[in-house]
Design a protein. Structure first.
Length: 478
């Protein structure tokens, strides 16, 4: 083992650690995506191979048949990596940084093979045996890397077993209340909510027109659907029975700087105005416009129970939601029934706010935010899709509709339930002063504020939640 070879091995370790923790754990969350079960199995085997290689090369010099076995492991790693590349391309859209990192890992691994194979071939020509090859601190680093790779392999294996039970219900059943062969236009089609809605609509045989801002993300949408990138692409004689308007810049993925606030607001207002302009020129108007909003419309209220008749408190969340609803209101002048869906915190493992909580909670680092007394009004994602279908067919429903489960909980109760479901403690409380200092209004409104919202209109119009309690929702999705 030359100095150059050790340097290349160290580079491989560093890039592998970055790929595992930044991509697999933090950004892509592979351990919580049922679609990536097979990829995790490949990762588990490959990590175990790396653990063996680091341990052997760091501490031993193997000869004869044992050296040939190490060569076989190196070749098997190449086969598994190629299988992994194919699986990734088939099952998910890799971010650019992960593709670059994978390319660098492959190049570096090739350089390692060029230097290591002649050494192993020389060892293979000797009588079978093992001798010590302790290299001081380099051996200690190799041992630490072997232990880390083995732990990651075990983590990937156990995660793949967990994903086997995390199967989603058939999406088509979520929209069973809709009449046969509806034509539905959906904006925000590739989002956490929109993608599941489209899966339900297309699965049930309805015609779906999906507006997507980034066509590259459309690969995730199940066919058959009609893809458009602008509402101007629809001619005036297009038939639409309903429009579901969900498009908008995410509000929870960054601090609310002035630029971010403007982008959040303009993305919703401009898209909704485009929807109204489309309705105005369509020869056949849709029967209903289900326009997105949020419980942020009510502002911050502490413990007061909020129904659709409640008033609001001024804050950015209210300003945003009120402007969004106001932009959709002109559809009424065209004879279109308008529903403002005031959506709560949507529970699901494919996206939404909970995805940022799963990894820290899984490693025992979760806990309440601030006092934990703030209310969290939530809804399980499939219940939300069912509610959208419900308001589409019930002609008597118009105006604001609270899209939340009937049993909101405090943040303390939420974290306790999540920890219980994951069999982990939830003891790491984050001080509210720290959150406000770092997050400003973002933390005050989204993390430390809250609303105790009840879905009175949905319940009074016959909607039945499948998951009224948080425990039921967690048992369904985790």
């Amino acid at each position: 083992m030359t100095s150059l070879l050790w340097i290349l091995v160290a580079v491989q370790i560093v890039m592998g650690v970055f790929d595992t923790f930044y991509h697999h754990e933090l950004t892509e969350r592979l351990a919580w995506r049922p679609s990536q079960r097979y990829e995790l199995q490949l990762h588990a085997v490959r990590n175990m191979f790396y653990a063996l290689l680091f341990l052997v090369l760091g501490w031993l010099e193997v000869h004869g048949i044992l050296a040939m076995l190490i060569i076989a492991v190196l070749v098997a790693e190449i086969v598994i990596t190629l299988m992994d590349f194919v699986e990734e391309d088939m099952s998910r859209k890799l971010p650019a940084s992960e593709r670059i990192n994978h390319t660098l890992l492959a190049i570096n691994y090739g350089a390692i093979l060029v230097l290591l194979l002649p050494v192993l071939i020389g060892w293979a020509m000797q009588p079978t045996g093992v001798t010590s090859a302790y290299a001081g601190w380099l051996s200690l680093i190799a041992a630490a890397a072997a232990m880390g790779a083995a732990l990651c392999g075990l983590r990937d294996f156990t995660a793949s077993k967990r994903l086997a039970r995390m199967t989603s219900a058939p999406a088509a059943a979520l929209v069973e209340k809709l009449p046969a062969r509806q034509t539905v236009l959906v904006t925000g089609a590739t989002g956490f909510i929109g993608s599941r809605l489209i899966a339900g609509l297309s699965g049930a045989g309805h015609q779906v027109i999906a507006l997507v801002r980034n066509p590259a993300k459309a690969d995730m949408l199940p066919p058959p659907i009609t893809l458009i990138t602008s509402l101007d692409q629809l001619p005036a004689d297009t038939r639409t029975d309903a429009i579901v308007n969900l498009a908008g810049e995410p509000i929870g993925n960054g601090l609310w700087t002035e630029a971010k606030r403007r982008k959040i607001l303009e993305s919703r207002i401009n898209m909704t105005r485009d929807v109204i302009a489309l309705i105005a020129r369509l020869e056949r108007k849709p029967k209903v416009l289900v326009s997105g909003s949020a419980i942020g419309w009510y502002g911050l209220w502490q413990d007061q129970v909020l129904t659709e008749s409640a008033k609001s408190h001024a804050c950015f969340s209210h300003e945003l939601c009120d402007a969004w609803e106001s932009a959709a209101r002109p559809a009424e002048t065209h004879g279109v029934r308008v529903v403002y869906l005031r959506i709560g915190l949507v529970i699901g493992t494919d996206g939404g706010f909970i995805t940022r909580m799963l990894t820290p909670f899984e490693f025992g680092l979760g806990g309440p935010l601030g006092s934990g007394k703030q209310w969290m009004s939530w809804i399980e994602r499939d219940d939300l899709i069912r509610l959208i279908a419900h308001v589409m067919v019930r002609e008597e429903i118009a105006g604001p509709v609270n899209a939340t489960a009937p049993m909101p909980v405090t943040n303390l109760k939420f974290t306790e339930e999540l920890g219980r479901r994951l069999r982990r403690p939830a003891l790491f409380r984050i001080p509210d002063a720290l959150l406000r200092r770092v997050g400003g209004d973002f933390a005050s409104e989204l993390l430390l504020g809250g609303q105790r919202v009840l879905p009175n209109k949905a319940l009074s119009n016959g909607f039945v939640f499948r998951h009224e309690t948080l425990r039921s929702a967690f048992e369904a999705i985790l």
